[in-house]
Write a protein that binds this ligand. Structure first.
Ligand code: AP5
Length: 220
């Protein structure tokens, strides 16, 4: 029997959730479900949801649990998520985590990975992050050079509106207050692992694979 990977990744802003989720989703042929990306698309598309959440996101606050749960419930019910998925940035509160267990009732077990990185590293990383408007690639350290075009597709790179240092520090505060308690929520589960995200991306990817193998081994 093929075991579906139902994975949720959480960690502070800039920990590398998107980088690792994108890579793993491509390798496994399952969707990356980034709640941040879904919300940003709604903002860009000027939808009702987008108008509702824009100011909240620009301020680095969390969108309400009810709104987020509606989005995730609908996304996970789509056919492409039936063989597995990678949740990137969800859950983010204990209420979301509790509701996720209900949403997933009857499906194969949820694996949860925390990607841990210290605050100062994150502030530094996010000040350098650029995102491609064409292919969505996340571009990291530009060695102080103002990189304008995507190294993957040549598309235009831009900075996220919530990556200004003052907003990043606020997002970190929100993380410690609202999301860090998830460690305690998941701590007792054999399918929960923490990965050190303060290493080069390829090394983090290996650590993610090792954590997934360890969870599989423990379940066997
Ligand atoms: P979201 O888009 O989820 O933002 P976030 O959690 O703050 O995380 P980021 O996307 O900033 O970082 P990341 O961990 O994905 O890191 P990345 O791989 O890009 O959410 C945005 C907003 O939407 C929230 O503030 C909130 O308002 C709302 N929202 C979303 N989900 C919600 C929910 N569930 N509930 C309520 N509200 C919600 O990497 C960052 C940078 O570091 C890049 O430049 C990358 O190249 C570089 N990098 C990555 N890995 C490494 C490494 N190992 N070493 C060095 N550099 C690295």
């Amino acid at each position: 029997m093929v075991v579906a990977l139902n994975l949720a990744m959480f960690g502070p802003p800039g920990a590398g959730k998107g980088t690792q989720a994108r890579r793993l989703a491509t390798e496994r042929g399952i969707p990356q479900v980034s709640t941040g990306d879904i919300l940003r698309e709604a903002v860009q598309g000027g939808t009702e949801l987008g108008r509702e959440v824009k100011a909240i996101m620009d301020a680095g606050e969390l969108v309400g649990d009810d709104v987020m749960l509606g989005i995730v419930r609908e996304r996970l019910s789509k056919a492409d998520a039936s063989g597995g998925f990678i949740l990137d940035g969800f859950p983010r509160t204990v209420a979301q985590a509790t509701a996720l267990d209900d949403i997933l009732e009857g499906r194969q077990g949820l694996v949860v990975l925390e990607i841990a990185v210290g605050d100062e590293t994150l502030v530094n990383r996010l000040s350098r992050r650029r995102v491609c408007g064409n292919c969505g690639a996340i571009v990291g350290d530009t060695n102080g050079e103002a990189q304008l075009l995507c190294p993957t597709c040549g598309g235009e790179l831009s900075q996220r509106s919530d990556d200004r240092e003052d907003v990043v520090r606020g997002r970190l505060e929100v993380y410690h207050r609202e999301t860090a308690p998830l460690v305690e929520f998941y701590q007792g589960r054999a399918s929960f692992r923490t990965v050190d995200g303060d290493q080069p991306p390829e090394v983090v990817a290996q650590a993610v694979q090792a954590a997934l193998s360890a969870v599989n081994g423990a379940a066997a």
